[in-house]
Ligand binder design. Structure first.
Ligand code: F6R
Length: 610
């Protein structure tokens, strides 16, 4: 969950490291630090809080340092504090770490018994002390590091700098993401490609169990047994992502507004509207042995899981295949029945989510076919999967996922159409309706942007509420779940999403005049049934806010506030349209409450630990 970055070159690197950390700050933002080496001496600055707290300290680092590493932290062991911030250093050794060392306690107890004193409460600091002890024995940093690695259990991406080898950075990867960047007279490492795009588009992607040595004129890689590896250098034609907010107050707002373009691009890329066909080969589905598939498991976390729930409805209704959608953190420990007849689909914006990645590895071992729907090129989940469909939503920086979510939903929709064709169960009328819905979708999404003022006004009335309930049925149930998640993560208001049919089985007890209830209701699915749930809420004085179609007078009589959405001929895309006002609602509620919209407390964009 932390971000790591390092440079070994011949030009001063402090500013580049700091700017790289800014691009990685979405991964963790409770403290940060930089270590650089100049004249064979390591200098370190660290600070609690966001990177702007670190910035004033940079002047104290040697301006001519050409080798260094930076870290932005999401605390796992030990509170966010300057002491616990990385790098951790001692006797000319400095390390940064992303991951969790599962056996750090026993290692620490042993080191304490040997008289070592610790400066932090982190798991990571054991690496410094273990390496110092090894270096006394073997006097060779790479060998010493390999000996240390032999003692570590858990997940780690490590950057290591020592005065024993000035100018050299070692990087170790095991179950935490790391990429190496290849430049001219300078080489780099970082947690992701995005951080290095201003410097290079040539990358090496180390596998778990590999160690790299980075110097200005080269990069060497070995496995943990000491065998030298010949790694492929991959050139990515990825445009350098704009790291600014493009004039918007927050990344989240910018990303909400990017949705019309992202969805239009996806349709243009994956659908030939004139021919009336999905460009099937681009989905990658034809590369699977579909004749063998009897069942699909979708695995994901958080928002991606809700997109997966929508995908389940879509695939079952179009392609007529049984689909389960499960939280990755549950699936991986449940011992599900898996074999080649099961297709496991991992949905993940970052491609690095630890639980989702573990599911794909588990599924592969069990003989399943694996498919990734992902937004980040060359991230870990695609690299582990048989086939990947990249969403191409562009970098999502706001911690609360918006454009990635709607992009996942649209990609699932197109995948289900293609699966239906490949399985020979596609109906011409169904396809016609789907194409009609796709043709009008981008304009419909654009038109939703004009709801901003209305939703901001609503948030102005509700932002002091302590709770909020979201309800929906069928395709709109995952919309309710997603609306609740968005609200709680950025406004810190307690919110729950419920299937409307579940109301009477418990949550109705919560309804009184102080409970805002946001209902997602559309004529295309279970309208009358949901309407009667709304009657029940109205009868108990709940404050009803309706998101959906506004054509029915009965709704107007019941609700206090109506957020009208355009009407799609496809329930799945109707659900996509309905979620956008809920993203805006969460955004404006957070704005009114003065919380940190883009970097909400306790969260990080990329959850690389369990
Ligand atoms: C919520 C949110 C998270 C992520 C989840 C999975 O807005 O962004 O719930 O959806 O952490 O992340 P990915 O999609 O990167 O696997």
């Amino acid at each position: 969950m932390c971000g790591v970055i390092g440079f070994s070159g011949v030009t001063p690197c402090v500013t580049s490291i700091f700017n790289g950390l800014k691009r990685l700050e979405y991964r963790g933002y409770d403290s940060s630090g930089i270590a650089v080496m100049a004249d064979q001496r390591i200098s370190v600055v660290k600070s609690k809080g966001k990177l702007n707290q670190l910035e004033p300290l940079l002047a104290s680092l040697p301006a001519d340092a050409c080798v260094g590493m930076g870290h932005t932290r999401w605390a796992t062991h030990g509170a966010p504090s300057t002491e616990n911030a990385h790098p951790h250093s001692d006797e000319g050794i400095s390390i940064i770490h992303n991951g969790i060392l599962e056996n750090y306690k026993e290692l620490k107890i042993k080191l304490l018994e040997e008289g070592v004193s610790f400066l932090s409460e982190t798991d990571s600091e054991v690496v410094v002390h273990l390496l110092r002890a090894e270096l006394r024995l073997v006097h060779d940093v790479r060998k010493a590091l390999l000996n240390v690695i032999g003692k570590l259990e858990g997940a780690y991406a490590l950057g290591v700098m020592t005065q024993h080898e000035p100018g050299v950075i070692y990087v170790v990867k095991n179950a935490s993401p790391i990429v190496l960047g290849i430049g001219h007279n300078e080489n780099f490492f970082a947690s992701d490609v995005l951080a290095l795009l201003p410097h290079t588009n040539r990358f090496i992607f180390p596998e778990d169990g590999e160690l790299a040595r980075i110097v200005p004129d080269g990069v060497e890689v070995w496995d943990f047994f000491g065998k030298k590896l010949d790694k492929e250098i991959v050139s990515l034609n990825q445009e350098e992502a704009r790291a600014d907010k493009g004039g918007y107050r927050h990344y989240m707002l910018k990303e909400i507004h990017e949705q019309p373009a992202v969805l239009a691009n996806t349709i243009e890329r994956l659908v030939d509207l004139e021919a009336g066909e999905v460009r099937g080969e681009l989905t990658g589905l034809c590369k699977l042995d579909l004749a063998a598939v009897r069942k699909i498991h979708i695995v994901a976390c958080g928002t991606a899981f809700y997109a997966g729930l929508m995908g389940r409805y879509q695939i079952e209704s179009f392609a007529r295949l049984p689909v389960d959608c499960e939280l990755a953190s549950e699936f991986r420990y449940r011992n599900p029945c898996l074999d080649r007849s099961t297709l496991v689909i991992a949905v993940t914006q970052s491609g690095e989510t630890a639980d989702t990645l573990a599911c794909i590895k588990h599924a592969k071992k069990a003989g399943c076919q694996t498919f990734a729907l992902c937004n980040v090129l060359y991230s870990s989940v695609p690299r582990e999967s048989d086939v990947t469909l990249y969403m191409e939503a562009g970098p999502e920086i706001g911690v609360a996922s918006t454009k990635a979510f709607t992009s996942m939903v649209l990609n699932f929709f197109l995948m289900s159409l293609e699966l239906a064709r490949l399985r020979g169960v596609r109906s011409p009328e169904g396809m016609e309706r789907a194409l009609e819905a796709l043709r009008i979708l981008p304009n419909q999404v654009s038109s939703l942007m004009s709801l901003e003022a209305r939703i901001s006004e609503l948030a102005g009335e509700l932002f002091e509420s302590g709770h909020c309930l979201f309800l929906g049925r069928g395709h709109f149930y995952p919309v309710a779940l997603e609306g609740a998640l968005k609200l709680k993560e950025i406004s810190y208001i307690h919110a729950e999403g419920y299937a409307a049919g579940e109301l009477k089985h418990g949550p109705i007890a919560l309804i009184d005049k102080n409970m805002p209830v946001i209902a997602i209701i559309n004529t295309c699915q279970d309208f009358e049934k949901t309407l009667s749930n709304l009657e029940e809420i109205h009868a108990r004085e709940g404050q009803l806010i309706v998101v959906g179609q506004d054509k029915d007078r009965r709704l107007e009589d019941l609700c206090r506030y109506m957020i009208p959405c355009p009407v799609s001929p496809e329930p799945a895309l109707q659900a996509l349209l309905n979620v956008i006002p809920l993203q805006m609602f969460a955004y404006f509620m957070a704005l009114h409450r003065g919380t940190d919209v883009d970097q909400p407390r306790n969260l990080a964009k990329s959850v690389t630990v369990e």
